[in-house]
Design a protein around this ligand. Structure first.
Ligand code: ATP
Length: 226
C-alpha cells in the first residue's frame, strides 16, 4: 500500500542565484517496507525527507499522503496530519533532560489526548518495552547510554502510532552494535507493523538492510533499487 506518492517534487530557495535543494523528485513510499535515502553529503537527502514529512513545503510538484493531496491543505491541516500520521527520529535525540524515559514517551501521547490517563501510561510502558527499555523507564536521559537514548526517541516517535516513521541519520551517533539494533527495529516496524519507514543514511550497512534504496545526486533522484 502506498503511503506517500511524490510527483515532480522540488524545493528551491529564492535568491540570486536561487538554490535548488531538490529537483523533480518522483517516488512512491510503501507501507511494510524499510526505505533508505542515500547519496553524498549535500545532495539533498534531508531536504527531500523534510518535504516528505511535511516539515518543509515544496516549490513545485505534488505529494499525496495516504491518497490526500497535501498541497490543498492549509497550515493547520498540514500540522494536524504531521502530528497524527508521522513519527520522526533525528540524529540527536532531543529528549527532555529533566524528564524520565517514561515521561518523554508519555508527554506526546498525552498531547494527542486520544487516551484516558491510565491507557496513556500503559501505552508509554508498552512502547518502552517494544524498544527494549522496560527496565529503564524511570531513568533520565543522562543516566542512559547513547543507544538507549535513541531507542527512547524511537519509542517517543511511535507515541501517535504513526503510519510513517521518518529518520534523518538516526544512527549517526551510534556505534555499530547499537546501530544494528536500531536498524533491526526499523525493519520490524515496517515488516511486522506495516508502517512505512524511511531513513536518510550515510551508512552502507543500513542501506543494505533496507528493502528499497533511493539514491540522490545534486538534488535529483538518480536510482531507485529494490
Ligand atoms: N536553508 C538553506 N539555505 C541554503 N542552503 C541550504 C539550506 N538548506 C540546505 N541547503 C543546502 O542544500 C543542499 C542540500 O542539503 P541537505 O541537508 O538536504 O543535504 P544532505 O544530502 O542531507 O546532506 P548531509 O548528508 O551532509 O546531511 C546542501 O548543499 C546544503 O548546503
Amino acid at each position: 500500500m502506498i503511503a506517500l506518492a511524490a510527483t515532480g517534487l522540488g524545493r528551491c530557495l529564492p535568491g540570486s542565484p536561487p538554490v535548488t535543494l531538490v529537483a523533480d523528485a518522483s517516488l512512491n513510499i510503501e507501507r511494510g517496507k524499510f526505505t533508505t535515502i542515500v547519496g553524498p553529503s549535500g545532495c539533498g537527502k534531508s531536504s527531500l525527507l523534510y518535504l516528505l514529512g511535511l516539515i518543509d513545503r515544496p516549490s513545485t510538484g505534488t505529494l499525496l499522503v495516504d491518497g490526500t493531496d497535501v498541497n490543498g491543505l492549509d497550515g493547520n491541516a498540514r500540522a494536524r496530519m504531521r502530528l497524527e500520521r508521522f513519527g520522526f527520529v533525528f540524529q540527536f535525540h532531543f529528549l527532555l533532560p529533566e524528564f524520565t524515559a517514561l515521561e518523554n514517551v508519555l508527554l506526546p501521547i498525552r498531547r494527542l489526548n486520544r487516551l484516558d490517563p491510565a491507557r496513556a501510561l500503559g501505552r508509554a510502558h508498552d512502547l518502552l518495552a517494544l524498544t527494549g527499555l522496560a527496565e529503564k523507564a524511570d531513568k533520565t536521559p543522562d543516566r542512559l547510554s547513547g543507544g538507549e537514548r535513541q531507542r527512547v526517541a524511537i519509542a517517543r516517535a511511535l507515541a501517535n502510532d504513526p503510519t510513517l516513521l521518518l529518520g534523518d541519520e538516526p544512527t549517526g551517533n551510534l556505534d555499530s552494535q547499537n546501530s544494528a539494533r536500531v536498524v533491526e527495529m526499523f525493519r520490524t516496524l515496517a515488516h511486522e507493523q506495516q508502517r512505512a519507514v524511511v531513513c536518510v543514511t550515510h551508512d552502507p550497512r543500513i542501506a543494505e538492510a533496507s528493502d528499497v534504496r533511493i539514491t540522490m545526486l545534486d538534488g535529483r533522484i538518480t536510482a531507485v533499487e529494490g
